[in-house]
Design a protein around this ligand. Structure first.
Ligand code: IMP
Ligand code: MG
Length: 178
C-alpha cells in the first residue's frame, strides 16, 4: 500500500498478530499462575503489544515502562541510552520484559543486565519480532512472536521517524534510500 511517499508491504496481518499474542498470553498465564508477574514494556515501540498481551492474560499482573534509545532513522547508533527508568520495585518479582522487536540485540542486552541488577525472582523476555540474522545475543529469548528477515518494518507500535505506529499490521518499509 502507498503511505504518503512510502510504499508499505504487509508481512504480518492484524489477525495473525492477535492470535499469536493470545497464544503467548496463555503460555505466560499458565507459567505464572499463582504469581503476579510484572510486565516491563520498552517504550515507545512496545506500548501496543503490551496493551494487547496484558488484556489477553488470565491471571493478575502488573506493568511498568522503561524508555531506552539506540536508534536514529533506520540505523542503530550502537549505544543505548536510558531515557526513563521504571518506577516499580522489581526485587524478588517475576519480571517479563516486553519488546516490540529485537534487531541487533543491543537494547535487550542492556536491559537484561540492568534489570538483573535489581535482583528479580525471574526474568522472562517476550518480543513480538526477532531478526535472527541480525541479532547477536548470547542468551535465549523466551517468547518470540515472529521471526522476520532483516528488513525495516513499521506498524503495530513500530515507527519510522516516530510515524506509522498506529497502523494495525506489520509492514516492510520499501526503499533503500530511507
Ligand atoms: P536493537 O537494539 O538493535 O535490538 O534494536 C531495538 C530497537 O530498535 C527496537 O526496540 C526498536 O525500537 C528499534 N528497531 C529495530 N528494528 C526496527 C524496525 O525494523 N522497525 C522499527 N524499529 C526498529
Ligand atoms: Mg523499541
Amino acid at each position: 500500500m502507498q503511505y504518503g511517499k512510502y510504499t508499505l508491504t504487509e508481512i504480518i496481518s492484524a489477525d495473525v498478530i492477535r492470535k499469536r499474542i493470545r497464544e503467548i498470553a496463555q503460555q505466560l498465564s499458565d507459567r505464572f499462575k499463582d504469581e503476579v508477574p510484572i510486565f516491563i514494556g520498552v517504550l515507545n515501540g512496545s506500548f501496543i503489544v503490551l496493551a494487547d498481551l496484558m488484556r489477553a492474560m488470565t491471571i493478575d499482573c502488573e506493568m511498568d515502562f522503561i524508555k531506552l534509545s539506540s536508534y536514529a532513522g533506520t540505523e542503530s547508533t550502537g549505544t543505548v541510552r536510558l531515557l526513563k527508568d521504571i518506577s516499580a520495585d522489581i526485587t524478588n518479582r517475576h519480571v517479563i520484559i516486553v519488546e516490540d522487536i529485537i534487531d541487533s540485540g543491543l537494547t535487550i542486552q542492556f536491559l537484561k543486565e540492568r534489570l538483573e541488577g535489581a535482583s528479580p525472582k525471574s526474568l522472562t523476555i517476550v518480543t513480538l519480532l526477532l531478526k535472527p540474522d541480525v541479532a547477536k545475543i548470547k542468551f535465549a529469548i523466551d517468547y518470540v512472536g515472529f521471526e522476520i528477515p532483516p528488513d525495516f518494518v513499521v506498524g503495530y507500535g513500530l515507527d519510522y521517524q516516530q510515524k506509522m505506529r498506529h497502523l494495525p499490521a506489520i509492514y516492510r518499509l520499501e526503499g533503500n534510500n530511507l
